[in-house]
Design a protein around this ligand. Sequence first.
Ligand code: TLP
Length: 345
Amino acid sequence: MIDLRSDTVTQPTPAMRKAMAEAVLGDDVFGEDPTVNRLQELAAERLGKEAGLLVVSGTMGNLVSCLTHCQRGDEMILGDQAHIHLFEAGGISALGSIHPRTVPNLPDGSLNPDDVVGALRDPANLHYPKSRLLALENTHNRCDGAALPVEKMDALGSLAHEHGLAVHLDGARVFNAAVALGVPTARVVRECDSVQFCLSKGLSAPVGSVIVGSKAFIQEARRWRKTVGGGMRQAGIIAAAGIVALNEMVDRLAEDHANAKRLAVGLADSPYVDIDPGRYHTDIIYFALSERSPHSAGAFLARLKERGVLVSQPGGTKFRAVTHHGISESDIDTAVTAIAAAAAS
Ligand code: TLP
């Protein structure tokens, strides 16, 4: 199968498996796992923050970060297409009693600064929750995998700070953003008080995300991680793969971006597929069946699977394909032919 459902399907590399087998371990709830500590320091350094914290998943990284920033009943402003809002089982409300205030995501994944200002609450008015946090997402999964440019990150970050809000970045794919923008990752997140990024997506590690922020923030986040059951013991076995991910798997993300572009350009040649290849610059593309295609979404997916290719349908009428380690240029050419054939009459 050529599995383009997500970059989460990546397998650990041989170097990761070796590092996991040989990892020196300790009890991380005591802060004594040297491999976890090394990963956390490396992550903090790469993102230009003081400290890091290994968590189980991106969902846990976002939840623990929001719990750390907000008190019960506080409000956080985020895009209406944010992964935190749409796909994290309502954790911020269910477990954090955090009130979500959505503003429309612009097509490039960013937010209109006027909408953010318009969403701020008057702190003197007791009818309102307190505006506490702005959450951004980069790259933006639902907005075509867009990499938000540094200028927009800076502008939104400083706007939030001017109004006394903290800034959290759902940076599940922040290394994809940095590679696509051609700038150091630390530069992308300069205005962010906290960032969570995933080791287990394009970076190919089997498990884990890291939260980074100030020392004080991470100390408090460590307590919230414990609260949600995320205190792990000999977690160095996971962290070992994460270290390889950060050292060996970041620069190659450019290959995934080139493959996604190749896929988008290839699909644009089919009269049965609707796609604007100019929109895609990272590892995620979206496409739809054109009016000429006689197939329902379900029939298309089944026909495509018979041809050995998997894509996802994350909601609505669009399909998503994500490139990743293990998908070659020739897999992309096979996928283009298969998608065009499955969509055709
Ligand atoms: N995204 C997954 C699915 O949940 C949709 C995917 O296949 O893209 N933030 C962003 C921007 C994400 O895309 C994801 C996962 C997460 C957070 C959550 O990460 P995990 O799956 O590790 O909890």
